[in-house]
Design a binder for this molecule. Structure first.
Ligand code: HEM
Length: 316
């Protein structure tokens, strides 16, 4: 049976677009002044045209693009209302590690099965934005064996699936005006692989909470909670709150640069924030996520990704 995705490019703001072989994460700030913002607003409102331009050249490449808008940028759009939970990424100072907060007005999360398609769309987006923006960060990610991160573990297994995928990642009727939008948090982590590789595999597995080869979930040891447990959020009513992650490895071995670009979409921003609190402050306090002893975030920014219809309407 043919899939509609074989006929037309994937529409922008498809939060649940398929996992891809390649991705570009582009974060920019918009220059001061109403004119610059007006221009940038027009470009993001027309993003579907650029996605068609590149995506139609190879539909099997499954090009997709999600645009996120930062809290300060949202205020500059001049709209009368704002998404209920949209706020800037707040720095978290743990006992040992810091989740830094870095600027960003617009995020472009570009995914495709071909790196050249990601490159081309990024190039056209930046051409269209011109000198109204300053690039804050730009990362080209690639899919690594068995969807592993550069620590060597399969990354993404416990992502929600089926109906729960949209429930976890899209704003629902409790914020009706912004329904079908999503909160997005990005962090660029740099790994110290030299130190990580000195750990016995069993220690690495207890840090992550899964076995390395077969990806089987493990119970926590008595001493310390694993990454998996610190990021499992259960509320007072026993309800578990999920997020949708699409992390990508990146790196330049010649520069000893090895990283994970963390990106998560959520219906409720507070869920991602709570996970970060647990990781950096620890549970109980002080017993932070040991993944951080080998992974340092150098960026941290929050965005709101509006539904496609709301994004298009920003051009009006
Ligand atoms: C250095 C950065 C990170 C790496 C390499 C990493 C890697 C992993 C791996 C290997 C798993 C287990 C398999 C899976 O279910 O995906 C996992 C699980 C998970 N991670 Fe991360 N992660 C990172 C950062 C984060 C951050 C910053 C958050 C949230 C703010 C997060 C949230 C989660 C969640 C929710 C799970 C699933 C937990 C479960 O229900 O089992 N991760 N991560």
């Amino acid at each position: 049976m043919s899939n509609s995705r074989d006929r037309v490019p994937i529409e922008p703001q498809n939060i649940d677009a398929p996992l891809s072989q390649a991705a570009v994460f582009l974060v920019v700030t918009v220059r001061a002044g109403a004119e610059a913002m007006k221009h940038a607003r027009g470009v993001v409102a027309d993003i579907s045209g650029l996605v068609r331009t590149v995506g139609f050249r190879d539909l099997q490449g499954r090009l997709s693009c999600n645009v996120g808008i930062g809290s300060n940028a949202w205020d500059r759009l001049g709209r009368p209302t704002r998404p209920a939970q949209l706020r800037n990424f707040a720095e978290i100072r743990g006992p040992v590690h810091i989740a830094v907060s870095t600027p960003g007005d617009l995020l472009f999360h570009i995914r495709a099965d071909r790196a050249d398609m990601c490159f081309e769309l990024e190039r056209l987006v930046l051409d269209a934005l011109g000198d109204t923006v300053t690039v804050m960060d730009e990362v080209q990610g690639f899919r690594y064996f068995d969807t592993r991160d550069l620590l060597g573990f399969v990354d993404g297994t416990e992502n929600p699936t089926g109906d729960s995928l949209q429930q976890a990642s899209l704003i629902q009727g409790d914020d009706p005006e912004f329904e079908a939008g999503s909160y997005v948090v990005v962090q660029k982590y740099m790994h110290n692989l030299t130190n990580w590789k000195t750990l016995p595999i069993a220690t690495q597995e207890s840090i992550i909470g899964r076995t390395k080869l077969e990806n089987i979930e493990l119970d926590d040891s008595d001493e310390r909670k694993s990454h998996k447990s610190l990021t499992t959020i259960v509320d007072a009513d026993g309800i578990e709150h999920d997020i949708l992650r699409d992390n990508m490895p990146f790196g330049r071995p010649g520069q000893s640069e090895y990283g994970t670009y963390f990106i998560a979409y959520a219906r409720n921003l507070w869920v991602i924030e709570k996970m970060l609190q647990n990781m950096f402050i620890g549970v109980p306090d002080g017993e932070y996520d040991r993944i951080l002893d080998f992974s340092t975030p150098v960026t941290g920014t929050t965005f709101f990704a509006p539904s496609n219809s709301m994004l298009t309407a920003l051009g009006d």
